[in-house]
Design a protein. Structure first.
Lengths: 514, 146
């Protein structure tokens, strides 16, 4: 199954309209933010800017939530008590959560710029990376370049044949047919007879058996296209459009040094506003304000904090278990969303063999094996030292099964899978880490899995204010799993919060207590 | 709207590829079951390959910012029907597993048949210190799947 070949491939346009500028907060107004992931920290940052007294409660000992990077020396204990030590070399890392920023996720890019987080290109499409089916071509991985060229070439030839055979006369005028044939010839790399064959045209797309060079030995050898039957039966065509999905189109970006740089920058900015190791166990509200009770998981005390307003960004997987004073509509919405399983595996190798042996510089290989994805680093190219691959990005049934394994078995299985694509794994593998999102103590799942019907029934109820509480996070967006969903939901929530606060404040500007 | 359309197309694609793919676990999958294996799996296999991801190997559950309920010594297990409804429909962040209710996305949903749901219920209710005498049946599960 090409489960994650589709990646997060659904058009997801951000509604970010430029940096938010709230007017001054009512005098003395306060806001409590639950969760120091990106949604919570965006809310805290902007509300503080407007003059609200802000405090943030965070379960983890670090900020960022699912915005997170694992580096050498990091320790991570998942549910069940399994602890992993990340043993990557200095400078190498894996992003267990989000790893790419599409150019149109303007909210994310805007905060990176404002917080001084340096960005670099994320290489999504690499024509020299592989598409792989264990059931096709003897299990030998195929270069994306050749599969794409051959598939387009054969389709173009078939369509040209239909035009020339007058099978499209009813649909396409004679004048248009002329243009169509010209375009098919160019698009599909057909020869002058409108055939997709071994020749200069096809080899300019799929590459040569031996590349052209200079001098006496420079004569190229042409490569032979794969037949349409083999291509169709291979299923590899299902990987072709991934880089053309709106979310995957060039350009994409990543923070220099790991996605976690963004959460770390927010945490620096917010400083003492964030209270770490705070496990929220109850959320109350009345006409005058909101209160949250939390356990200090480091000091083992219990405390209650109060504010006029609350932006709650706790994932629904957790929030649905916390006693919370909201109406039935929001309460049912919170309980209506299951969470997707996903696992990411980071593998360190002694050398960057994918670059040195196979000329793969960044990009992604897609496979029907459980790992589904091998992601090559977009950074540190041509480095002489070690390298870390994303050795698996695993979803669905495979994701559930990898979650059920102890971490070291996930790593071992990912290495076994990957060996079918890169035999060098056997010699070069050193160590790895594997994060299963359902086992993440602070998330209990990867992202909220809405359906059309649950959205119709519950989404607005989830996002609407309930008294003095509003929710934000990727689960309160139409961009599931994307950080941009968290950012834009937070901006939408605080805009409404601010208007309420202004409306509730007496004309004198003192704290409103309606 | 675009989201819906793309998801439809992707779901159709997955069906196509999955239909071709239901065969016994192959060596290159390194012991990972595919949908075909799951359709004939017994209760222990299903528990150890899926359920224990959250409920843990000894049914002890887990606790972080939220928790996964223990299945060992859990009084709710007295009702296999309660368990069946939970597995069929999901509960809060736990996904639904019956074909009628399971949710996929760009990935195929994880689906358990009536017999597999009954098998895993019976496994859990007779392990981890549980010793319930009555048993779920595939027909009984089927009747609850609405």
């Amino acid at each position: 199954m090409y489960q994650s070949m589709q990646s997060l491939g659904f058009a997801a346009e951000s509604n970010f309209k430029g940096p938010v500028k709230l007017s001054a907060a009512p005098k003395g107004a306060s806001a409590l933010v639950l969760g120091a992931g990106l949604a919570g920290m965006v809310a805290a940052y902007e509300l503080r800017q407007a003059g609200y007294r802000v405090q943030v409660l965070e379960y983890n000992a670090r900020a960022g939530g699912r915005n997170w990077t694992l580096r050498g020396g990091d320790r991570y204990t998942e549910l069940g008590g399994f602890t992993q030590e990340c043993r990557f070399d200095p400078g190498l890392y894996i992003n267990p959560g989000p790893w790419r920023l599409p150019y149109h996720h303007r909210g994310m890019l805007s905060y990176c710029q404002r917080l001084g987080v340096a960005l670099e290109p994320f290489l999504q499409v690499n024509y020299n990376a592989y598409v792989h089916s264990s059931r096709a071509f003897g299990g030998k991985p195929q270069r994306l370049r050749t599969v794409k060229a051959d598939y387009h070439g054969h389709i173009a030839e078939l369509l040209a044949k239909s035009v020339q055979g007058h099978q499209l006369d009813a649909e396409v005028t004679a004048e248009d047919q002329e243009k169509l044939l010209a375009s098919l010839r160019f698009w599909g790399a057909l020869d002058k007879n409108l055939k997709y064959v071994r020749g200069d045209a096809s080899n300019d797309r799929r590459g040569f058996a031996r590349d052209p060079g200079g001098g006496l030995k420079g004569r190229p050898t042409l490569s032979e296209p794969v037949g349409l039957h083999d291509l169709l039966q291979s299923g590899l065509w299902s990987a072709l459009p991934i880089g053309e999905l709106y979310d995957m189109q060039t350009a994409l970006f990543q923070p220099v040094g790991g996605m976690g740089k963004i959460g770390e920058a927010f945490a620096r900015e917010l400083g003492p506003l964030i209270r770490y190791n705070a496990k929220v166990i109850e959320i109350q509200q009345d006409a005058r304000g909101v209160s949250a009770t939390f356990e200090d998981t480091a000091a083992h005390g219990r405390q209650t904090v109060q504010a006029d307003w609350c932006v709650c960004t706790i994932p629904l997987s957790i929030l649905s278990q916390i006693p919370m004073k909201v109406g039935q509509a929001m309460s049912e919405a919170i309980a209506a969303v299951p969470y997707a399983a996903s696992v990411k595996v980071g593998l360190q190798f002694k050398r960057r063999f994918w670059e040195q042996d196979e000329q793969i510089y960044g990009g992604i290989t897609y496979t029907d094996l459980p790992i589904s994805t091998i992601g090559y680093p977009s950074t540190g190219l041509f480095g002489g030292g070690k390298g870390v691959l994303l050795g698996g990005y695993i979803w669905g049934l495979d994701g559930a099964q990898f979650t059920a394994m102890p971490p070291e078995e996930r790593v071992r299985t990912a290495v076994e899978n990957g060996t079918h694509i890169h035999p060098q794994y056997v010699q070069e593998f050193e160590n790895g880490v594997a994060v299963a999102w359902h086992r993440a103590p602070f998330a209990l799942g990867c992202f909220g899995l809405w359906t059309e019907s649950t959205r119709a029934q519950h989404y607005d109820n989830l996002c609407q204010f309930d008294g003095r509480i509003v929710l934000a996070g990727e689960h309160a967006s139409y961009l599931p799993a994307w950080q941009e969903g968290a950012v834009t939901s937070a901006l939408d929530a605080i805009d409404r919060l601010h208007r309420r606060a202004l409306a509730a404040a007496p004309a004198t500007g003192s704290r409103g207590t309606t | 709207m675009t989201t819906t359309r793309n998801r439809g197309a992707i779901a159709a694609l997955l069906l196509l590829i999955c239909a071709a793919g239901a065969s016994p676990a192959r060596a290159d999958r390194a012991g990972t079951a595919d949908a075909g294996d799951l359709a004939t799996a017994d209760g222990q296999y299903i528990y150890s390959h899926i359920c224990q991801g959250c409920h843990m190997a000894q049914g002890q559950g887990a606790e972080g910012a939220g928790h996964y309920p223990a299945l060992a010594g859990n009084p709710a297990l007295v009702s296999w029907q309660y368990m069946a409804l939970t597995i069929i429909n999901g509960r809060r962040n736990m996904p639904a597993f019956s074909a009628k209710h399971a949710v996929g996305f760009f990935f195929a949903p994880v689906v358990l048949g009536d017999a597999q749901i009954a098998a895993v219920i019976n496994y859990v209710r007779t392990h981890f210190g549980n010793d319930f005498k009555d048993a779920a049946t595939a027909d009984g599960v089927h009747a609850l799947d609405r």
